[in-house]
Design a protein around this ligand. Structure first.
Ligand SMILES: Nc1ncnc2c1ncn2[C@@H]1O[C@H](COP(=O)(O)OP(=O)(O)OP(=O)(O)O)[C@@H](O)[C@H]1O
Ligand SMILES: [Mg+2]
Length: 364
């Protein structure tokens, strides 16, 4: 091979290796001849291992992909599928889109098949977040109307109960009942207020905030509240995270809700971890096509975890499994996060514990 040919070959190899999508090239017998690093990651097989292997051997059970490759190598057709393919590798399930295209020589002769794979995990997560936000906004509008209607009669009941309190002799046993009435009316009132807050968009008071300070303060506060219990709270903060532009009061509310839920989940003893990190592989496109990195805060506990069928309802207003809970905590969290153009997700399995992850853009 001449020097020039050699250089060209390396150049093309570098080009393929640099493509962000997974690329796998098969020869006319469907043996793997080439695989780039992105494909290695998606398929979870090293290319030295894959090279020379039959495609069917590596993708046994992935029927849609096998069918696509067969069809392309038989007919020369280009085929794409963005919906139906999930790869199960090493305990991980990855939704992917795939395209198969014929590998053609300049003469038009078909000498193999090119398979391009794209990891859709991040896209699916974003789609989920958008659906959730949509549902919340419809519910919010409804709830706000209802909340308004409830507040006036509540005021009436409270006023009447207080009058009764004044009319009854101070020593009367009935005073106990009036106290219950006033207390419970106030409780409903608080719930309704929270609901109204949830439904009405408020302007964010943005300022540069040191997230670690906010988290540290909440943890300190919680530690004194749980001093009697055997609960350990660990914090692992990435010192390289700069102050970020957020609404400090809302951040406090957000993380307080999550940390309180974790404390409530573990009961009398358990381990909570609050971790911050910079997300390198997550970027959201800003207006003007600038991408910004995101910071992630994980709040995990080793509590009982959440059943699969409940996971979908967690962020729905009023979903609660606690006696005395309002079920608004996570709905409020969701709203705060989406107002900051971030994402919140939950990862939980019964008996293994729960991790809530909040992702916020470093730049608003
Ligand atoms: N860390 C966690 N571990 C297990 N379950 C959780 C956890 N966080 C939330 N949940 C579940 O999600 C439900 C909804 O949480 P949310 O914070 O919205 O309401 P709540 O905690 O029940 O009530 P409130 O926040 O108003 O006191 C909880 O009732 C609980 O079942
Ligand atoms: Mg809660």
């Amino acid at each position: 091979m001449s020097d020039l040919q050699h250089q060209l070959k390396e150049y093309y190899a570098d080009v393929i290796d640099s493509v962000g999508d997974g690329v796998i090239v098969l020869d006319d017998r469907q043996l793997i001849t080439l695989m780039n690093p992105a494909a290695e990651e998606i398929v979870a097989v090293s290319r030295s291992l894959a090279r020379g292997q039959a495609f069917v051997a590596l993708f046994k059970g992935d029927d849609v992909l096998l069918e696509m490759v067969d069809k392309t190598s038989a007919t020369g057709m280009t085929i794409s599928d963005h919906e139906n393919i999930v790869l199960k590798r090493g305990g991980r399930i990855t939704p992917i889109s795939a395209t198969t295209a014929p590998l053609l020589l300049a003469s038009g002769e078909r000498i193999g098949t090119i398979l391009v794979l794209r990891d859709l995990t991040n896209i699916r997560e974003l789609e989920g977040a958008v659906r959730q936000a949509d549902r919340l906004s419809t519910l919010g509008t409804l709830a706000a109307g209802l909340a308004h209607e409830i507040k006036n009669p509540l005021g009436g009941i409270k006023g009447a109960a207080q009058l009764l309190q004044q009319e009854l002799p101070a020593a009367s046993e009935l005073q106990e009942y009036t106290e219950v009435m006033v207390r419970e009316v106030e409780r409903i009132n608080r719930i309704v207020e929270e609901l109204l807050n949830l439904a009405s968009p408020k302007k964010l008071q943005l300022a540069r905030v040191n997230l670690h300070q906010v988290l540290g303060d909440i943890i300190l506060l919680q530690k004194s509240a749980i001093a009697q219990k055997r609960i350990t709270i660990q914090q692992h903060f990435d010192p390289s995270i700069p102050p970020i532009l957020v609404d400090e009061a809302l951040m406090t509310q957000l993380f307080l809700n999550l940390i309180k839920n974790a404390v409530e989940a573990v009961g009398d003893s358990g381990l909570l971890k609050v971790t911050s990190r910079v997300l390198a592989d997550y970027s959201m496109t800003q207006k003007g096509e600038r991408t910004s990195r995101m910071v992630a805060v994980d709040i995990s506990d080793d509590g009982p975890g959440i059943k699969k069928d409940q996971l979908e309802q967690l962020f729905t207003p009023f979903f609660t499994t606690k006696t005395g809970g309002t079920g608004l905590g996570l709905a409020i969290c969701q709203k705060i996060v989406s107002e900051h153009r971030g994402m919140i997700k939950v990862d939980s399995e019964p008996a293994r514990g729960t991790t809530f992850t909040v992702m916020l853009p470093l730049i608003q």
